[in-house]
Write a protein of this length. Sequence first.
Length: 132
Amino acid sequence: MATRNDQLNSVIGPGSIFEGKFYISGSLRIDGKFEGEIKTEDELHVGETGKVKTNINARNVTMSGTMIGNIKAEEEVRLEKTGKLMGDIDSPILHISPGTIAQGRVNITGGQKKDVKKIVEEAYGSTKTPEK
């Protein structure tokens, strides 16, 4: 995983178990098991062996492992072919690789600050039907 500054601040390695709150200003990779609360200003990568039960708030999220919980990303979410997710996603950009398994609601904002439902409803309502 490459971050903007190419630094990986923290790793929860394979075979490790972490329970609790984890707030970091850098990036985090989880290859072990995590249950609790995560907030990072940078990137979060759940590796293929990673198992996570939490709600995630991060700039970017890459899911290659298994997660139960919701993802809120400032920039983008990537669901890799080995990724398994049960939870909602809220992000400007979503990449889904073939083979991904997921269940939940998706809110793709396209970078807009306005409510997505209102944007779509306004776009739908602005079209005029042809007169007969």
